[in-house]
Design a protein. Structure first.
Lengths: 566, 436
């Protein structure tokens, strides 16, 4: 029990060590504070072991029978999900903090910055181990403000604008979250997670939004929570704060993209039993996630600066994560956010080096690479054929036969397999453009690696799902709740198949010098789309226009009214 | 041992005694200020000492604690200047009348209230300027409030209830009786605006607790409608302001209207309501003191657009102002958030649409307050401005507000009143109109 409390307290101690002390000892204190941060990681790992072997830990500093006694009921509930998140956050924090002590060395604001990093970690840990929705929201809100503080540099107007945008957009999402909490309490009479889930499952409440239109209470509540999650996880159309905060120091991005942005995925997972009660919300999540994944990835391709590219890549990945939640694969979303967090933290911490190197070498990245050979060898085509047709069949057989995943009853799994297929085909399509790979050894190595990755991924995900949600019926119920209508499901599968096969067909035709008959408007659209995607779909401008319009209306109303300001 | 009936007289009398004790120091502003602060603290001490022996009102004891505290910080935050002498003594006088209105029995409480409103209307008349013709509306509103309080003292029910409710709508501002609140916060001198923004709403809430149970349904429905209009109107007007005091006046109007909406639904004023009213008042009061710091340095008519870069030049001020702004926006872990959440979680609320409007008003606060703070603190450091960080008394004043708001956000509400089952109610069976 003490161990659970020790993890956030150690991070708070680290913040205090950095913040308080005599002048001149800042660097020594910053170095010293790394020890409690490291100890917090060890504590989190030990907590994970403890929770995995002995079950969830629950600590409450308030009377459960009277939530009124404290305005903010402070308590901790650490189950496997919380413990995994705690380990991830503290692990990433150790790396980021150690990196930051060197990165911010001799910076005028290093003390404030390092303390804020430790404080953010503390808030994140408290958030993921909250015992009730109220405490979770409390730290969720503090996190929004800390993000504003971390993302802004008060002497730089661009950064200030971005930080203000971050704060206001996150507040919009937070307001929906708050409405969800108020409504959940009104409907179910509790904010304690386990009680809330039990009561929501037992009590099917219908809400009359207006005469003749009734919606399930669980749907309204989860939709409001989902909007809250959309804000933190930068989902379209409230994703704009993420590119707007890219002026912040590189380690802040590492923390942001590896930890803070995962809050949305965590929230949905924490409330999974509630989300599992509403198919509508899961379908909305699927649509929003898919849209964000597509738009994020498309915008990423059109950016010309490394941080923005990575930023939009994160948006795309977060969209993918939310899409997984929308398909009922909650554990997979957590697995994804861990993998993405570790990967993105590494990339962000390294991107400073790339920029630095690019400034030193005027021709970086190198332009003297060999020109590509024209045409593709038979071997290349063979590799592509195996990838696109043989491997998917093998995966289907293995998942169905060896892993015993009932594919016919689980739309979600089938959709994921198709996503894996498309992604791997895309990877192969990209790799085959390098003509040097057209040798038996390379092709074989590539195929084996691909197979290895796919199967390890499937195995890891399956094991991780069993670890987070040991009850297979619970997992199945989430997939069931997320089931799409048959026509939509079939449409998606057919579209995915056509896209992949058409991709190969187009490549083959182009490689053999054959012209692909395409309507002129398709070419036109392709070119015309580049500009909007490069300009991030003009979303910044649209938001600015909306803000200006609102303010113009407000000022007009103010003038018309017999006002004091006149 | 003191007789229980004497306690209200003693509590109300101490600040009035303070006014008399301050009179000899009129020629020495510094000693006068010190004396006024000391008497406000004595008043606070007396409330704490007698808290266990007083009759507890439905809204609890928090208003009684907050009044002397607000008087202390309001006086403490003012610069030592001969122009502020009258405002310091009036602050003590209003404190005495306010405590009497809260703690005495009718008709003394209503007579104290009448006198208080007449005095404020008189002060507004004294500070009336032809440049602010709208202040007539404020004077009129307070006169109407005084009339309402007097009628409530003299008449029988149901006229007394309606008259009392009218006085409440003036004190705890409700559209369309909000002009007094806006005028008082913008026109009164010295420490008075920052004190009055706490005093009048808390006194209004006390009256509301007495009047609400006997109010007819149609009146409660109209109140609820006015409250929603007020919440939106206050937020919209605050968004349009460039003057800080007006922004704060309209912003607080928006939050007080939220309270009216909940009060109209529950037909009572709970300690949670007192927490929201008290903390909104205190946060606004703190922001007014913070704005006074700017006025002290750069002149009374300073344009907020002409100030920037305070974060670098005045770090202590910047930190405290940021924290105050967070509290005023209704962010955790400060008291405004706790009060707001307390009301949100007090079942049942009457409509989803109302909830939506109140949440929008809450959201709008983060726009206009954040914009104001960001404009003052950040941006370019101006060479023509002289940056002087907080003086000791200013620091103490702002620090007390921040710490009290923090404490109120974290402390159990049972500290100020026994509140048995507000949150323990199982709401599933209650079936508000919008669910079944």
């Amino acid at each position: 029990m003490t161990l659970v409390l020790l993890v956030p307290l150690l991070l708070l101690t680290a913040a205090c060590i950095v913040l308080f002390g005599r002048g001149g000892s800042e660097y020594a204190r910053a170095k010293t504070a790394a020890y409690p941060v490291g100890a917090a990681f060890l504590g989190a790992a030990a907590t994970l072991y403890l929770v995995a072997t002995e079950g969830p830990v629950s600590i409450r500093f308030y009377n459960l029978s009277s939530a009124a006694s404290f305005a903010i009921p402070i308590g901790f509930y650490v189950d496997r999900l919380s413990a995994v998140m705690m380990t991830l956050i503290t692990g990433v924090s150790v790396i980021i903090y150690s990196y930051s002590t060197g990165y911010m060395y001799q910076d005028r604001h290093a003390r404030r910055y390092l303390a804020m990093i430790c404080l953010t970690d503390f808030v994140l840990i408290c958030m993921v181990s909250s015992a009730n929705l109220m405490m979770l929201f409390l730290f969720w809100q503090i996190l929004s403000y800390l993000l504003y503080v971390l993302a802004h540099n008060h002497a730089h107007p661009g950064t200030l604008g971005g930080a203000f945008k971050t704060f206001t957009l996150l507040r919009v999402a937070d307001t929906a979250f708050l409405a969800g909490i108020a409504l959940a309490y009104q409907l179910y009479g509790t904010l304690e997670f386990q009680d809330l889930f039990a009561r929501a499952a037992d009590t099917r409440v219908m809400l009359s939004l207006w005469p003749g239109m009734e919606v399930s209470g669980a749907t309204v509540v989860t939709l409001l929570f989902f909007v809250g999650a959309m804000g933190k996880s930068a989902q379209f159309p409230i994703h704009l704060w993420l590119p707007g905060s890219l002026f912040a120091p590189t380690p802040v991005h590492a923390l942001l993209h590896a930890g803070i942005i995962n809050a949305g995925g965590f929230l949905i997972n924490r409330l999974a039993p509630l989300f599992g009660l509403s198919s509508t919300t899961l379908h909305v999540a699927f649509v929003v996630g898919t849209l964000t994944a597509i738009l994020g990835a498309s915008m990423m391709l059109a950016q010309n600066d490394i941080k923005k590219t990575l930023g939009f890549s994160t948006i795309g990945q977060m969209g993918y994560m939310i899409m997984e939640c929308g398909l009922g694969a909650f554990a997979l979303a957590v697995f994804h956010l861990i993998a993405h967090g570790l990967f993105k933290a590494t990339v962000f911490l390294n991107c400073g080096n790339v920029i630095h190197k690019a400034r030193q070498e005027p021709h970086f990245p190198h332009v003297d690479h060999q020109t590509e050979e024209p045409g593709l060898s038979r071997l290349t085509w063979f590799t592509g054929f195996v990838t696109t047709l043989f491997i998917p069949l093998l995966i289907l057989l293995v998942t169905h036969g060896v892993l015993r995943i009932p594919l016919l009853e689980s739309q979600g799994t089938v959709i994921f397999l198709f996503f894996i297929w498309i992604t791997s085909s895309q990877a192969i399509l990209t790799l085959t453009r390098l003509r040097q790979v057209a040798s038996w050894k390379v092709s074989a190595a590539m195929l084996m690696t691909l197979l290895f990755i796919v199967f390890v991924y499937l195995f890891a995900v399956e094991s991780f799902t069993q670890f987070l949600y040991p009850d297979p019926e619970e997992v199945a119920s989430y997939f069931k709740a997320a089931d799409l209508t048959d026509w939509l499901f079939d449409l998606m599968i057919v579209t995915a198949t056509i896209l992949t096969v058409a991709g190969w067909f187009y490549l083959y035709m182009s490689a053999h010098g054959m012209s692909v008959r395409m309507p002129a408007w398709i070419d036109g659209v392709r070119i015309r789309l580049y500009l909007p995607f490069m300009n991030r779909l003009y979303a910044d401008e649209l938001y600015a226009l909306a803000g200006q319009t609102i303010m113009r209306v407000v000022h007009q109303l103010d003038k018309r009214e017999r006002g004091w300001s006149q | 041992m003191m007789d229980g009936t004497l306690i209200p007289w003693l509590l109300a009398g101490l600040p009035l005694l303070g006014v008399l004790a301050c009179l000899p120091f009129q020629s020495d502003p510094e000693r006068l200020k010190r004396s006024a602060v000391a008497w406000a603290l004595i008043s606070l001490g007396s409330v704490v000492a007698f808290a266990g022996r007083m009759d507890v009102a439905p809204e609890g004891l928090l208003p009684l604690y907050l009044l002397p505290l607000a008087a202390t910080i309001s006086i403490l935050g003012q610069p030592v200047h001969e122009h502020h002498r009258l405002s310091w003594m009036l602050t003590l006088l209003f404190l005495g009348l306010g405590i009497s209105a809260l703690n005495s029995r009718p008709p003394i409480s209503l007579l104290s209230l009448t006198l208080l409103l007449i005095l404020i209307a008189g002060l507004l008349y004294r500070h009336h300027s032809t440049l602010w013709p709208r202040s007539w509306w404020g004077i009129g509103t307070y006169s109407l409030g005084a009339l309402g309080a007097a009628v409530a003292a003299a008449a029988d029910a149901p006229l007394s209830s309606i008259a009392s409710l009218l006085a409440c709508a003036v004190l705890l501002p409700l559209v369309p009786f909000h002009d007094g609140h806006v005028t008082a916060l913008t026109r009164l001198p010295g420490s008075l605006p920052s004190f009055i923004v706490v005093l009048l709403p808390l006194v209004g809430l006390h009256g509301l607790a007495t009047a609400m149970p006997s109010v007819p349904d149609i009146v409660a429905w109209a109140m609820s409608l006015f409250a929603l209009v007020g919440a939106s109107y206050g937020a919209l007007k605050a968004l349009a302001q460039s003057r800080v005091r007006l922004l704060l006046a309209y912003g607080s109007l928006s939050f007080f209207s939220i309270l009216w909406w909940f009060a109209a639904a529950s037909r009572t004023a709970t300690p949670r309501a007192a927490l929201l009213v008290g903390t909104v008042g205190l946060a606004t009061s703190g922001l007014m003191v913070a704005w006074q710091v700017i006025r002290t340095r750069y002149g009374d008519d300073v344009d907020p657009q002409a100030i920037s870069g305070l974060a670098a030049g005045m770090p202590q001020y910047a930190v405290l102002l940021s924290l105050l702004a967070l509290a005023a926006m209704g962010l955790p872990p400060f008291g405004v958030f706790a009060g707001f959440m307390g009301l949100l979680l007090s079942p049942p609320f009457p409509s989803l649409a109302g909830l939506f409007v109140t949440l929008l008003a809450w959201l709008a606060a983060s726009w206009y307050i954040m914009q104001m703070v960001q404009r003052l603190l950040f941006g370019i450091r101006r060479p023509e401005l002289r940056y002087t960080d907080l003086l000791r008394s200013e620091l103490a004043s702002l620090l007390i507000v921040v710490l009290v708001l923090l404490a109120l956000g974290l402390a159990p509400t049972t500290l100020f009143a026994a509140e048995g089952t507000v949150l323990d109610t199982d709401t599933i069976g209650e079936s508000p109109t919008w669910n079944h």
